[in-house]
Design a protein around this ligand. Sequence first.
Ligand code: NAI
Length: 286
Amino acid sequence: RGKRAFIAGIADDNGYGWAIAKSLAAAGAEILVGTWVPALNIFETSLRRGKFDESRVLPDGSLMEITKVYPLDAVYDTPEDVPEDVKANKRYAGSSKWTVKEVAESVKEDFGSIDILVHSLANGPEVSKPLLETSRYGYLAAISASSYSYVSLLQHFAPLMNRGGASISLTYIASERIIPGYGGGMSSAKAALESDTQVLAFEAGRKHGIRVNTISAGPLRSRAAKAIGFIDMMIDYSSENAPLQKELSAEEVGNAAAFLASPLASAITGAVLYVDNGLNAMGVGV
Ligand code: NAI
């Protein structure tokens, strides 16, 4: 039987999540998606109206099928965690069962099990502020949405993952090197995500027989990256300084994720895999 993947963090066809879904679909996996509640309506409408059809084309000419889209807000674990103002918010009130625990329950009810879990989401309300000017609220919000969200997803989904399964997240080199402009505690959040990848690899490996890895991706002009404001500069910097002087395509990250999720990577866990044209290996700009 083919594998089944749940990919959290797709709301359009520009980001890494979409590209990962495509690579997994091309390799024969069934695709389930978790979409941020406020973005759900427009994503589903665009899907239905064929707006993504061109980007749904797989290498064999067929179109990627998304079996089901679940509303998800990875900042909340259970309904009890949701504050009243969010519950009452128009963009949330139209959907239900979108906390992490409920989504995992729904996936279990609908499909029984999954093989692959992908976390392709991040959020930091103060990302454009230097760390030195970041508020406690902004810092903790970045960690909550970008790091703990992964602990929570794995906590709730690991029990429905088949042994031999794999889990992947996306990180950024700002966790270990200084990237001015990646502020608001987002660098801290990625450092936590990478450290957690190791601890979770141990714990989920022992308990569930699944692998946990993260991809440190180079710069991509996604919706989230455009919101940070310095993405064009980072792309230019990479093409000037990286060992491979080409623009990174989302597909290259998607393919690396498909490898990590496959039996070809059966002994790889707890790893940070750089998919960045080699930029991480440079010590100076050239
Ligand atoms: P994106 O905008 O395609 O993906 C981010 C997704 O997170 C969006 O779909 C958004 O709706 C979702 N999201 C935000 N808060 C959420 C929440 N509370 N619950 C559920 N979903 C939520 O952008 P991109 O860049 O593809 O981001 C995917 C991952 O790749 C992120 O972890 C990002 O940090 C990472 N990454 C991106 C790089 C880039 O240059 N674009 C470089 C390295 C890593």
